[in-house]
Design a protein around this ligand. Sequence first.
Ligand SMILES: [Ca+2]
Ligand SMILES: [Ca+2]
Ligand SMILES: [Ca+2]
Length: 244
Amino acid sequence: MKKATMVILCGATVLLLSSNATAVVVFGDGGAALQGMLHSVTVDPVGNSSIDVLTDAMDDADDSYWAVSASGSSIATLVIELAAVQQSGNIFGIFDLGNSFNRIPLFDGSGFFGSKTVTILDDFSVWVNYMPAGNFSSNGFGYYLDTPAGVAWYSDTALNVDGMDHMMAYQGNDSDLLKLGMFPVGLFQANEYILAFEDQRADLPNYDDFVVLVESVTPVPEPTTIVLLGLGGLLLQKRRKMNH
Ligand SMILES: [Ca+2]
Ligand SMILES: [Ca+2]
Ligand SMILES: [Ca+2]
């Protein structure tokens, strides 16, 4: 058992060194549980997802914050479908990009399948299934999983008490056909993402505790990235001015 874990870790290190473009994630189980879950919801190719949970995960820096991608409408709506819950008691929801304490719960884990429609209006009021649910400071948001242990895990790893990545995100590949619970079969489109959470405080997670499919969203840069880019731009301008 120990030997197998070592091999996975070594493999990951080698891959990290050889390629910066490929996101490599260390799973405690080599990705078996989550990969099996994706296989089980894939109807074409039947039982064989073409998403590789190890190599197709988004970079952790890119999966922290999101916005609704629907265009040409002042009403921005995303749909979240529950794919799998391992343990009830977890609460999944979205939080304000500007304030991680400002959270809106969406699923409480009591049901195994369900769908919620989230709408963010021009005034950044947030509506769930067309009922008022709260107010954000922008149209940017992150995802969180609150656990019965009293610890919440965020898509922004910097907010996690153990400093570890608790959410994997996989973008639709425009080819696989998925069937989630009672929902009709649908193409896993490029504006759809599967989010997979790990609810334990563990060094080697398997990300199979809460899995949802989110539709009509697009990742946005982390605030720190924006700030750094802004600072870089200012410094560049200053340098240019000094040269003139
Ligand atoms: Ca992540
Ligand atoms: Ca992240
Ligand atoms: Ca787990």
